[in-house]
Design a binder for this molecule. Structure first.
Ligand code: ADP
Ligand code: GN1
Ligand code: MG
Length: 360
């Protein structure tokens, strides 16, 4: 879809400072359509303008209500801190005061301030960066621990319910709607052989928490000058979950120096120094609220989420790439292969990871 000509008109529906100047597609998220917009003459302001992916989020009103509540809560907790507006950015309201604007075609749009002097990286660059990102996500969980009732909406039901992700794969294999099961035969077999991991967290009866659920490294903004985590973004999946979904997703996203769609699998490995930095960063925020059962399962959580994401990429490949954005037809299969390779790499290092967790 091409919204280029509409972006100016959409921007005009929000309470932006100054006249619209320009907007360009921005970032490398796999789900929403994102632009960076600039307004004003002399003093310029920049914004993130997003079209919510309503095929993925079937209750957009629920998503926006969650984000409004979460950002308000974070804003209260951080109020008074120097730089509070960068640390806990609030939605920019539409002209009618709502948190979103719906266009004539029913699309849902929202605007955030563009957080200046930060960057999001797609691939981890150093242990210090893994520490900073994990500290920010741990702090995010900590700040949301006392979010007042009611429970947040489950914006994607069973998002991290790995057995259901497995069942979805089996269904896609049986349907083979795009005749792609043949090229994916080794990956389908790999998934079947490793099914047992699916229940590892569900079986442990862990405490429910408010979690982010999409803690990949480009969902945290890092300060240009200090490298510190400034704020967590991409709040569409903030909902009830397990702390270890977030930690596991960080392990799979922040300990592997290769791109998510890397085809040279020799580059895809969990690097232990990155894991150690990530663990220390996360615990610097989360150590005081994690239970012993959660701590014991930190090492296995990365395996689980790498496997689960591999299942999701494979399912999407077999179903014709309807969920994750792709640039070419085989990309989801490449992504699946990389996650399965990473899963094996994390599994091989499990005992060393457990020793480290026990020692900290
Ligand atoms: P998606 O759900 O598609 O991943 P995100 O909300 O993560 O969408 O946004 C995509 C990218 O846009 C992010 O990875 C980041 O690079 C950038 N981004 C999003 N919000 C902001 C913001 N408030 N300030 C600066 N950059 C942002
Ligand atoms: C998606 O939205 P984005 O690009 O930050 C996905 C995550 C995956 C990730 C893999 C809502 O994250 O679950 O882990 O891609 N988000 C959703 O890169 O499905
Ligand atoms: Mg994102």
């Amino acid at each position: 879809m091409n919204f280029k000509s509409d972006v100016r008109a959409i921007a005009g529906r929000f309470q932006l400072a100054g006249e619209f100047l320009q907007a360009e597609p921005f970032g490398s998220g796999h789900i929403n359509d994102t632009w960076r917009a600039t307004t004003g003459h002399g003093i310029r302001s920049r914004y993130i303008l997003q079209r919510l992916n309503a095929a993925v989020f079937q209750n957009p009103a629920g998503v926006m209500e969650n984000i409004s509540r979460v950002t308000a809560h974070l804003g209260e907790k951080i109020s008074g801190a120097p730089d509070a507006a960068r640390l806990a950015p609030a939605l920019v309201p539409a002209r009618d005061g709502k948190s979103f604007y719906r266009d004539a075609d029913g699309n849902w749009w929202r605007v955030f301030p563009f957080i200046e002097r930060t960057r999001a990286v797609d691939v981890v660059e150093s242990p210090a960066q893994a520490f900073a990102a994990a500290k920010a996500f741990g702090n995010f969980q900590k700040l949301l621990a006392d979010l007042p009732a009611p429970r947040l909406h489950e914006t994607i039901p069973d998002f991290h319910h790995t057995p259901k992700r497995f069942a979805a794969l089996e269904k896609a294999v049986a349907a083979d709607a795009c005749n792609r099961a043949a090229p994916a035969k080794p990956e389908i077999e790999f998934a079947l052989q490793n099914k047992a991991i699916c229940r590892v967290l569900l079986a442990a009866n862990l405490p429910g928490r408010v979690t982010h659920n999409d803690t990949k490294i480009n969902n945290v903004l890092l300060d240009d000058a200090t490298g510190e985590g400034v704020c967590v973004i991409d709040l569409d999946t903030v909902m009830p979950g397990l702390a270890l979904y977030d930690f596991g997703d960080m392990v799979r996203s922040m300990t592997n120096p290769a791109a998510e769609n890397e085809r040279d699998l020799s580059k895809v490995e969990m690097q232990f120094p990155l894991f150690e930095a990530l663990l220390r960063g996360y615990l610097s925020s989360a150590a005081d609220f994690l239970t012993p059962a959660e701590k014991n399962l930190l090492p296995v959580s990365g395996q689980l989420i790498a496997f689960e994401l591999g299942l999701r990429f494979l399912t999407d490949f077999l179903s014709g790439d309807t969920y994750f954005k792709v640039t070419h037809a085989g990309e989801n299969l490449d992504r699946c292969r990389a996650q399965f390779k990473l899963f094996e790499s994390i599994r091989r290092q499990e005992s060393a990871m457990s020793k480290l967790v026990a020692a900290i």
